[in-house]
Design a protein around this ligand. Sequence first.
Ligand code: PHE
Length: 452
Amino acid sequence: MSGKNPAATSKTWSNRWTFMLAAAGSAIGLGNIWKFPYIAGEYGGGAFVFVYLICILVMGVPLLMAETLIGRHTRLSPLNSMKKLSSDLGASKLWHNIAWMGMLCGFLILSFYSVIAGWSLSYAWELITGVFNGMNAEQVGSEFAALTASATRQVGFHTLFMVLTLAITARGIHKGLEKGLQIMMPALFVLLLVMLGYSILETGQFARGVEFMFSVDFSKITGEAISAALGQAFFTLSLGMCALMAYGAYMPSTNSIGRTAINVAVLDTLMAIVSGLIVFPIVFANGMEPTAGPGLLFVSLTSAFANMPMGELFGFIFFVLVGIAALSSAISLLEPAVSWMSERTNLTRPVATTLLCIAVWFVGLGTVFSFTGDFKLSIFDKNFFEFIDYLTNSILMPLGGVLIAVFAGWKMKRSTLMNQLALSVGMFNLWRAMIRVVVPVCVGVVLFTTVF
Ligand code: PHE
């Protein structure tokens, strides 16, 4: 490939696009394609989307920059970054907890993420083998219910997904990631556009979908909707759990952090919006409810694939690509813990990764059995999957985000920050004001109301 960065060592990505790809690979995943439509549907569409977009712009982009710059400044794993920085700055050891929380959060998210990615692989298989051919939306819905009722199938595909994650992560950043992502992310985007074309031309409900997503009914902006939108903004940009800090450590020093952050946020948002614009028209055309929950993507899109020419093939490719997008996110969920374990212990990277993956796999069984209904544990009226989702999305990620913002804004030296960001003084001051005041206050208030 042209444009290699001559300064790249084995510790930095080999050219300036690679960080973008890796960060976009982390950001774009099930959060955009699976989660965004169903959460937007649950919270009434436009109002949610409106708050979500504000959160991305006002909090997401500045935080993305903060996380990346911390990683690139120290070039260490998140935990060692926080250790080094807090000792250099004479700050409390309590700041190390940002990294501990991040590792825990990544671990917990991956445990359910892998199960859902497993659904996607299972759908790819069923589509290509023609199981869905000619089915109507109701029949597709029963197929989905059968999948979530089957422990064997879910555990099987969850295992497959974890093995794939393990295989790629264990090989390290260069060999494992770079090549595949350069082809697969654009391919996913093209396929989304094909499906968008289908929603526009074939469903007859595109206008209704657009209206559902973009007409804002301000009375629907409840505290709960704001908390969900903020959580989703963090989730979709991979914020608040040190994934981007871990990746920042490999980012060449010539890359612009600000420009990269904006590119990643724009790409990520585009993917989410396009997914919504695909899903909702199909939902309306088939008389389904936008509030259907985690099955929304699987049932709506598959109903379309079931009845379009070459639907098996398109559907197969689509769900494989969703699985791959999930894989590039999964790797980043694991990276903070893997990089720490291989720096800290004398375990090799493959061994550290294997141990972690086994543990994640095991916790993931809790999610499988929440869906089958065999695991009856109920915490705050939520099943295990809903609880882990709530804990990570509504508590750990926002909390991590506030702490990272306060640390970068109030503890780190202005000169370090300026050096890393290389912005004009005006832009720098704007960024710093966001990270010092706007992010901690807004996220803090939402977090406080969520918890109490
Ligand atoms: N951003 C990913 C997605 O939208 C999920 C993720 C969260 C990845 C946190 C890494 C860290 O699917």
